[in-house]
Design a protein around this ligand. Structure first.
Ligand code: C2O
Length: 535
């Protein structure tokens, strides 16, 4: 194991896309930011120095940070922000994980431009459990706004409504030639006939689940969220914000130029967003004048594709990489996901849209929750988050548009160390049904079951996959459906859980778990680092 050091300078830089130039927040002036390359077992020290006039905080999405929430990054959950002119060293070990993950700003909507890939190579001498690729390429999917994103959000808050949609989707920060003025902002990847490529695909978009496909080429999915899967071949993948997917692609087609493209999956007619980001897969020796071929992407509302694609995901579950699914459950949780409407005296209509879990809209504290927990600071949060919603109703029946008020609170759930938890996330028709990608910090979980309609505790658990369910850190709860996850609470700390649609997170679709310390000497939260940013 080695010590890997990185210096991240948070700096503002002018970038132009779609004929619009604007200052954006970057790491080291790069957009997307630098890739963090580490090896399983390494210790990583990333010194983040903030030269921008924004508060900053960075999350290493999917790294478990065992006993070390201090390095996790979500602002006001595990640390206070790094203020202008200050630095903080994220100091962590990468243990028991390998694969593709990513990092992003975890404060306001700054992750719109502050994000990059994390590649964790397997231990030296340990091959991948699939054919060795000739080359690896990172594919980061994102969104671009012509206007300042924080201003866009402020505008939305004033109205109490969603802010404007992004103006483009991007592949490695570039929209591609289907957007105006974007010929020169097109990512291209050169391939050689007969070679195999590993694409490390990351969805860094703020608010869109995306389909991704390559014209003329199938993809073999081999890993999701840095966990190996049973390989399967597909024409398109579906990837939610926060998720990562590794695929193998073989350059065995007629040498030419092919588009790879990403477009949203959206099965509710709330907002129609069918902008297509495109990049080019170019065979060596083919001139740039050859017109590329576009791939077939599933239709934006292709729910059947989404369900079938997600249904194909299975953990590899090999002797070397077993799926240790908790078979017995100590704690059953059932959380409803809903939208709501709360009074807002400063908003134009006097109301604002909110979102809630078990009818509770999370209120961000002023102090880091992990500090409050560790130092026993009273009055910052309570641990009475309910295990079930206050009332049961027909969750996915006709839209419920009355009594949309939610409880505003910083309520957390307390979980005993090493207990096994099953959490059923149930989408509801409070205002509207919608798909929600849920992310849990500090853990991977097993997605043991999913379904459309209302979860039925008397029938559905019998159908759970307890053998080789996918293991991930972010899972899409289907529109008007439910997802059941299981994990063992063996990582003490305060761990954020939220919808990875930034819009919904900012409306309060989030909570956190307080996982207690164990009795063993090495089962408690590590002491905080000396340079932890103060509030
Ligand atoms: Cu990738 Cu809490 O986020």
């Amino acid at each position: 194991a080695a010590v890997k050091k990185y210096q991240f300078d948070i700096q503002v830089r002018n970038v132009s896309r779609l004929c619009h130039a604007k200052p954006i927040v970057t790491v080291n002036g790069m957009f997307p930011g630098p890739t963090v390359y580490v090896r399983e077992g390494d210790r990583v020290l990333i010194n983040v120095t903030n030269y921008a006039q924004y508060n900053m905080s960075i999350h290493w999405h999917g790294l478990k940070q065992y006993r070390n929430g201090w390095a996790d990054g979500p602002a006001y959950i595990t640390q206070c922000p790094i203020k202008t002119g200050n630095s903080y060293v994220y100091d962590f070990n990468v243990t028991g994980q390998r694969g593709t993950l990513w990092w992003h700003a975890h404060i306001f909507w700054l992750r719109a431009t502050v994000y990059g890939a994390i590649v964790v190579m397997p231990k030296q001498g340990t091959p991948f459990p699939f054919p060795q690729p000739d080359r690896e390429v990172n594919i980061l999917l994102g969104e671009w706004w012509n206007n300042d994103v924080e201003e866009v959000v402020k505008q939305g808050n004033k109205l109490g409504l969603p802010p404007n949609m992004s103006d483009a989707h991007t592949i490695n920060g570039k929209p591609g030639p289907l957007f105006p003025c974007s010929e020169k902002h097109t990512f291209a990847m050169e391939v050689e006939q007969g070679k195999t490529y590993l694409l490390r695909i990351i969805n860094a978009a703020l608010n869109d689940e995306l389909f991704f496909a390559i014209a003329g080429h199938n993809m073999t999915v081999v890993e999701v969220d840095a966990v190996y899967t049973k390989p399967f071949t597909t024409q398109a993948i579906l990837i939610a914000p926060g998720q990562t997917t590794n695929v193998l692609v073989q350059a065995t087609q007629v040498p030419s130029r092919y588009f790879m493209a990403a477009r949203p999956f959206m099965d509710v007619p709330l907002s129609i967003d069918n902008k297509t980001a495109a990049a080019i897969l170019q065979y060596k020796g083919i001139p740039n004048t050859v017109l590329p071929i576009l791939p077939q992407l599933p239709a934006p509302n292709d729910t059947a594709f989404a369900l079938s694609y997600n249904g194909k995901l299975r953990s590899l579950n090999s002797p070397r990489f077993p799926a240790n699914v908790p078979l017995k459950v100590d704690r059953h949780l059932f959380y409803t996901i809903g939208l709501g409407m709360n009074p807002c005296p400063t908003c134009l209509n006097g109301t604002r849209l909110t979102a809630s879990l078990n009818n509770i809209t999370f209120v961000m504290p002023q102090t880091g929750l992990l500090q409050a927990h560790y130092f026993n600071i009273k009055g910052v949060f309570t641990t009475d988050f309910p295990d079930r919603p206050p009332t049961s109703f027909n969750y996915t029946g006709a839209p419920l548009t009355a009594n949309l008020g939610t409880t505003l609170a910083t309520r957390l759930s307390r979980i005993a160390f090493n207990s096994t938890v099953e959490l059923v996330l149930q989408d509801t028709n409070l205002l509207t049904v919608e798909s929600h990608p849920f992310h849990l910090h500090g853990y991977n979980f097993f997605v043991v079951g999913t379904g459309v309609g209302n979860f039925d505790p008397s029938k559905d658990p019998a159908k759970f996959n307890l053998v080789d369910p996918p293991e991930r850190n972010t899972v899409g709860v289907p529109t008007g459906g439910w997802t059941a996850i299981r994990f063992r609470a063996d990582n003490p700390g305060v761990w954020f859980m939220h919808c990875h649609l930034e819009l919904h997170t900012s409306w309060g679709l989030k909570t956190a778990f307080v996982v207690e310390n164990g009795k063993g000497a090495d089962q408690s939260i590590l002491p905080p680092p000396k340079d932890l940013p103060p509030c």
